[in-house]
Design a protein around this ligand. Structure first.
Ligand SMILES: [Zn+2]
Ligand SMILES: [Zn+2]
Length: 465
């Protein structure tokens, strides 16, 4: 490149940035509320296109900057550090600029497509990730760029990633197999108990097991949701509000209409929270099948179910009572993990109890006959009466039956002291300060930790199907 060309490029860059700056300053002054609706969509698409092209220019300039070493003259460790020192961009977004810059330099035709606005930064990122996942195929990928650019321009990034991975397998099946094998040693799954008893789960699963997990969680979430919908449908058309009603809804600070809670059958907890309930459902199902039915093997004579050892004093204590012991969750038949007395009482609420007589040295003297706290017939009656969780606004399946006056405190196992709750709400009642009072056959009043109250009656008899 001659001196004249370099100077010329400098002039083009400086002039272009000046024009862009003038244009974006004008946009900054724009009052969007005065725009005519007819051109909003087109303007939106144009701006998105411009953003891609600016990203492309940023990558080209960024790549030159990294290799110029100009950042070193300012005492920065690297180009990312240089940008961080001069902007409020965090490490991630500063580094992203230079990662994209490197990817656009290696795959120069992709870089050109980004500068023309035909693809997005996300497509470049996908290609970079696939190239790192299949290091033996980088040469092939470079040669196949014309096809790759076409694929990227036609697909969303997720679909592009799948097509690109499939292309790698086609380009060189043996190299793709070796690269996949090399990743196998990175797969693991750990479940470790923390000091407070919570279990941390983390891992990296191979594609097949991972997809099975995702599909199973999705299926379990749907099963939980379907139980809700089936019951909601019986109560009439609450799930699909009349669009005319929407006009009267309140609007939140971001301008989104707030659906009144009584019309809102959707579970708004984040997927991450609903996954816990879904996993609970899957594990309960897995634990229920015996080895003869193709189920899981017993370990040390115990099925994979939840077993709790708890003293009579703890079981009969009032919530929050001082001086009582904790409960113990068993692992493989041995008390292993301390849990709060509240949790122990929740788990004992709808369980099979087996009295153990233990002397002062902790030695087992005798044990009594195991019996269901709530006999199956009584449980069936409560489930039939309540149909779904009785917590305010909840339509989930009844997972557990709760004693209003705790069984351990003399509360009778009768329908006027039993109420059906889902796993999530049973948890709230025992461990999050919600109090239930009243007569479940008629009306039960709940009080939240903030003092707000609600009441719940069994679904109307005319709605029984
Ligand atoms: Zn309970
Ligand atoms: Zn519930």
């Amino acid at each position: 490149m001659s001196v004249a060309e370099v100077l010329n490029a400098d002039v083009v860059l400086a002039e272009s940035v000046a024009v862009l700056r003038a244009a974006t300053n004008a946009l900054a002054e724009l009052d969007a509320s005065e725009l005519s609706e007819a051109q909003l969509g087109d303007a939106l698409l144009d701006l998105l296109q411009v953003r891609r092209q600016v990203d492309g220019a940023l990558a080209a300039v960024g790549h030159r900057f990294v290799h110029s070493g100009a950042w070193a003259a300012d005492g920065a460790r690297d180009a990312t550090g240089w940008v961080r020192g001069r902007t409020q961009d965090g490490f991630g977004s500063a580094r992203r600029v230079f990662t994209t810059a490197g990817e656009c330099a290696v795959f120069d035709q992709m870089g050109a497509a980004l500068r023309r606005g035909e693809i997005s930064v996300k497509h470049v990122t996908v290609l970079g990730e696939v190239a790192r996942a299949f290091p033996r195929l980088q040469g092939h990928l470079k040669l196949a760029q014309p096809q790759i650019v076409t694929l990227a321009a036609e697909r969303e990034p997720a679909a592009f990633a799948r097509s690109l991975t499939a292309m790698c397998h086609r380009l060189d099946p043996i190299a793709a197999q070796e690269d996949t094998k090399a990743k196998e040693r990175d797969y693991y799954l750990r479940a470790s108990t923390l000091l407070d008893g919570a279990v941390r789960v983390d891992g990296m699963l191979p594609a097949d097991v991972g997809q099975l997990l995702i599909a199973s969680l999705e299926a379990a979430r749907r099963t939980v949701a379907q139980d809700n919908d089936a019951d909601a449908a019986k109560d009439g058309p609450t799930s699909d509000p009349d669009p005319a009603d929407r006009a009267t809804w309140e609007i939140d600070v971001f301008g989104t209409p707030i659906q009144p809670p009584e019309l809102d059958p959707i579970d708004h907890r984040l997927t991450g929270a609903r996954n816990i309930e879904a996993l609970h459902r899957i594990l309960t199902l897995a634990g229920a099948a015996t080895p003869a039915d193709g189920g899981l093997a017993s370990v040390a004579g115990t099925r994979p179910t939840i077993n709790v050892t708890v003293s009579v004093e703890t079981l009969t204590a009032a919530p929050g009572e001082a001086g009582v012991d904790c409960g113990w969750l068993d692992r493989f038949g041995v008390p292993h993990q301390p849990i709060t007395s509240d949790t122990a009482r929740r788990l004992a609420c709808d369980a099979t109890l087996r009295p153990l007589l233990i002397d002062t040295d902790g030695q087992l003297v005798a044990f009594g006959t195991a019996s269901r706290v709530i006999p199956p017939a009584m449980r069936a009656l409560v489930v039939r009466r309540d149909r779904h969780c009785r917590f305010a606004g909840c339509r989930a399946r009844i997972d557990e039956v709760h004693h209003l006056i705790y069984y351990s405190r003399g509360g009778p196992t009768r329908s006027d002291n039993l109420i059906g709750l889902c796993w999530h709400h049973h948890h709230l009642v025992h461990e999050a300060g919600w109090h239930l009072k009243g007569e479940p056959n008629h009306e039960v009043t709940g009080t939240g930790p903030d003092g707000r109250t609600w009441s719940s009656s069994p679904p109307a008899r005319s709605n029984y199907s």
